[in-house]
Design a protein around this ligand. Structure first.
Ligand code: ATP
Length: 245
């Protein structure tokens, strides 16, 4: 479903991603974890080419993104939603307009917007908040709006960059429940970047652990909750394995 082939990325002299290959099966909830600066966000952002690799290939749903024209890339991106740690909502637009922008970008006719926005807002439990501005919402509500915006174009893939890192633990579990529900209802492939072992273990079917821009290890996992004892790649492996031997 999502294939990275020998992707490489440097920022100036610093190599952020070193020859990474990864295969994410259709319908997986695939975790990406590892220490700060390991390259998690960069890898995720390559999956919709927000970050273009210097070399290697990115293939999503059979579409080769790295050699795509701008038109082809825009078409491919309609099937790839993304949410972020800090939500990335537009402050001076209402909740309705924040979501409708995604429909405009995907060339969905305006006459369909009201119904489509109402549907996704109801799905995330915010139907009463369409006319509010982001500043009037809690962190969890903002992330629900961002999820609604990502869902409104009916993507096949949802990329999640630390979606709960700015939230308290109660709100985190609400957002994780929404993501799990999306996975159940739509069979979407979800890629979830997190540095929290508990989040990865409660959500993911597979995990790749990164260290210094390379894949340290990939594991298939069955989620239950434990925590890592320190912030090294090996500690994540231990934490994940301890509970599953
Ligand atoms: N736009 C950029 N310009 C320069 N360097 C960058 C840029 N984006 C990322 N990097 C560097 O690439 C490396 C990987 O960064 P990345 O954000 O992918 O790591 P991460 O694992 O997501 O880290 P964190 O958990 O702290 O968010 C880091 O050394 C970072 O400083």
């Amino acid at each position: 479903m999502i294939v990275l082939e020998n992707v490489h990325k440097a920022f100036g002299k610093e190599v952020a991603i070193h020859d990474v290959s990864l295969h994410i099966p259709e319908g997986a909830i695939y975790g990406i974890m590892g220490p700060s600066g390991a390259g998690k966000s960069t890898i995720l952002r390559m999956m919709n080419l927000l970050e273009k690799p210097d070399s290697g290939h990115v293939i999503v749903g059979g579409r080769q993104l790295t050699t795509a024209t701008t038109l082809q890339l825009n078409a491919a991106r309609k099937s790839i939603g993304m949410i972020f740690q800090h939500f990335h909502l537009v402050a001076n637009k209402t909740v309705y307009d924040n979501i409708a922008v995604a429909l405009s970008l995907a060339d969905v006719p305006k006459k369909e917007h009201a119904t489509r926005v109402a549907e996704v807002l109801a799905y995330v439990g915010l139907e009463a908040h369409a006319k509010k501005y982001p500043a009037m919402l809690s962190g969890g509500q903002k992330q629900r709006v961002a999820i609604a915006r990502a869902l409104v174009t009916k993507p096949r893939v949802l990329l999640c960059d630390e979606p709960t890192s700015a939230l308290d633990s109660n709100t985190t579990s609400g957002i994780l429940q929404v993501l799990a529900q999306i996975h159940r209802d739509f069979g979407m492939t979800i890629v979830l970047v997190s540095h929290e072992v508990a989040v990865i273990k409660s959500m993911c079917t597979h995990v790749a652990i990164l260290e210094q821009g390379a894949i340290y290890k990939t594991l298939d996992i069955t989620p239950t909750g434990i925590t890592a004892s320190d912030n090294t790649a090996e500690s994540f492996v231990r934490a994940l394995q301890e509970d599953h031997v």
